[in-house]
Design a protein around this ligand. Structure first.
Ligand code: NAD
Ligand code: UFG
Length: 350
């Protein structure tokens, strides 16, 4: 028998598709809404093949209130996992209005539809970029917020909205309270170990791991390592890379917590999802070469504007309150990412 049904916004995307697999395998019903602006429906067919289960898919924009209202009327939704959003930092600086409209306004419309349908449980995809730059590189959840680009600010604004929305019901005792988990991801990479779903970026990748994969497979000539003069042991930027399957397991734990006594009083609670360990760009290149036996051509290039020297999670709150820790190591992340790349050199072909 199914546990309750989860509406997954952005479910055809990189993280959303992995969440659909994990939810279906854990016995939840899954309904997806996605406008496919950065994904393909094929990802959802693969989710169905991996799990042997079907999922209703609505190709719709979360800013389309009538479409959302219809979904909530037709499907018996208990919780929303909200992945839908635009996520490229550089593009957000070029198109701030588009980012605020899609991410912030989209979330407002979704929240209104949830309120109207009396669905008050949400797991939200936030990001490590919500934090102010820290001198040590380590971030705990109570570190001050202060994003430095429109993408990050869209996440801070959404977090503020979610805190306000959940506070009202607490004050007014207005029926069942909102129960919201804000999950702040560090750097998700990797792919499902079967190699059928993974990250399929449009055009030239912005992020390190998909770029490395495309250099190793011969689609791109060489990696530019942005900066070798950071105050880090080898001079290159350090990040907390986390396997996407570990990350989505954190989402299942968040739903379990929302439904337990831990969230009895409702409210909005933030959790870092990271491993707590940092790896430099050169660590990634060297480990990639060791794990795959492929050479990654690279050259040093100037620092990328807006990049931090170092960023890694303090993941203790998620361990303590969600009973979640990341289990996979960097070798696993790279093995699975490479397996996906080799099996799908052109990404998803519809
Ligand atoms: P993705 O682009 O692969 O997935 C996002 C999905 O949302 C896509 O399928 C896209 O088509 C859909 N979408 C976008 N706008 C929509 C709209 N208005 N209506 C309906 N669907 C819409 O990205 P991802 O890497 O899977 O990221 C998922 C979420 O996690 C995003 O909110 C992102 O900001 C957040 N996040 C990602 C990272 C990362 O490094 N990948 C890090 C931190 C946070
Ligand atoms: N890097 C390179 N060359 C590249 C791409 C990246 O050297 O071609 C370096 C960057 O300078 C950085 C590291 O690799 O030091 C990681 O860069 P990514 O672009 O992969 O990731 P970011 O940490 O910059 O940002 C990512 C997502 C954001 C998210 C953030 C925190 O892109 O959306 O992680 O979760 F908010």
């Amino acid at each position: 028998m199914n546990k309750h049904t989860v509406l997954v916004t952005g479910g055809a995307g990189f993280i959303g598709s992995h969440a659909c697999v994990e939810l279906l395998q854990a016995g939840y019903g899954v309904v997806v809404v996605d406008n496919l602006v950065n994904s393909k429906a094929e990802a959802l067919s693969r989710v169905e093949r991996i799990t042997g289960k079907t999922l209703p898919f609505y190709q719709a924009d979360i800013r389309d209130k009538p479409a959302l209202t219809e979904i909530f009327a037709k499907e018996s939704i208990a919780t929303v996992m909200h992945f839908a959003g635009l996520k490229a930092v550089g593009e957000s600086c070029e198109q701030p209005l588009n980012y605020y409209h899609n991410n912030v306004y989209g979330t407002l419309v979704l929240l209104e539809a949830m309120r109207d349908a009396n669905v008050k449980q949400m797991v939200f995809s936030s990001s490590a970029t919500v934090y102010q730059p820290s001198a040590t590189g380590e971030y705990s959840e109570d570190f001050p917020l202060g994003a430095i680009n429109p993408y990050g600010r869209s996440k801070v604004i959404i977090e503020d909205i979610l805190r306000d929305v959940s506070a009202v019901d607490k004050i007014k005792q207005n029926g069942a309270p909102w129960k919201i988990a804000l999950l702040r991801y560090f750097n998700p990479i990797g792919a499902h170990e079967c190699g059928m779903i993974g990250e399929d970026p449009n055009g030239i990748p912005n992020n390190l791991m998909p770029y490395v994969l495309q250099v190793a497979i011969g689609k791109l000539r060489q990696l530019s390592v942005f900066g070798n003069d950071y105050p880090t042991p080898d001079g290159t930027g350090i990040r907390d890379y986390i396997h996407v399957v570990d990350l989505v397991k954190g989402h299942i734990k968040a739903i379990e917590a929302i439904e337990s006594d831990k969230f009895k009083a409702g409210g909005c609670h933030a959790y870092n999802l990271g491993t707590g360990k940092g790896y430099s760009v050169l660590d990634i290149v060297n480990t990639f070469e060791k794990v795959t036996g492929r050479k990654v051509n690279y050259q040093f290039a100037p620092r990328r504007t807006g990049d931090l020297a170092e960023s890694f999670a303090n993941p203790e709150r998620a361990a303590r309150e969600l009973d979640w820790v990341a289990e996979k190591n960097l070798d696993d992340m790279i093995t699975d990412a490479w397996n996906w790349q080799v099996k799908n050199p052109q990404g998803y072909v519809d």
